[in-house]
Design a protein around this ligand. Sequence first.
Ligand code: PGA
Length: 253
Amino acid sequence: MTRKPMVGGNWKMNLDHAACQELAADVDRGRALLEGPCDIVFFPPHPYLRSVASHRGGCMLGAQDVSGHEAGAHTGDVSASMLVDCGCQMALVGHSERRHGHGETSREVAAKAAAALNAGLRVLLCVGETSEERAEGKTAEIVCGQFVESLTGIDFDALERIDLAYEPVWAIGTGQTASPEQAQEVHELLRAEVGSRYDARSAARMRILYGGSVTPSNAAELMACSDIDGALVGGASLEAGPFLEIVRAAART
Ligand code: PGA
């Protein structure tokens, strides 16, 4: 089964209103030169979602986080329906900067995923091990555990609106990318886990992106791996030129 690749730009807590609009418009213009199909999704900071919504063109808009609650007394939270209202099609859940920086558990991630799916959004679920967990040989246990727990209670029917991202914590923002072999190995086992939890068709359809220090210089060899279906890009997504080079690498595969 061929899976349409997807490349996400996770802008984290960077840029401002004007820079977000300019970046989105520049990337959208670059789509015209792609050699194949590829979904592009922008994850701007929450205050700039609407700014990007009007400049995204044919690219998708996603939120970096979403509340697990529907509405009410949750100071600082942003609900899934608010994100839909701002023009979002997708929400990122389980990013390691949320899991480790804010102590989010997979149970909380599951509530966020459910809230996003219930509001009609797609979900990009991130999983990944720390360097200590890898050194202890626990990579498979951690990433499969996060995958299963973060989707607890999610309906089988919603699975087609879920994409995964394998993001080894030790590779995020460090310049230390996983080798194509390391990444492919984990993507393959995640796909097998989707197959055993759900079914073979779902496993074959599931997009699994790689994230962690993806740059124009390493994108092509990562994207060439059979189970890598795109990239979630942080640092290299903040300028249109390098980001589009990564998109082009994904679109060629
Ligand atoms: P990075 O971030 O590309 O800067 O390593 C990736 C991510 O956090 O999604």
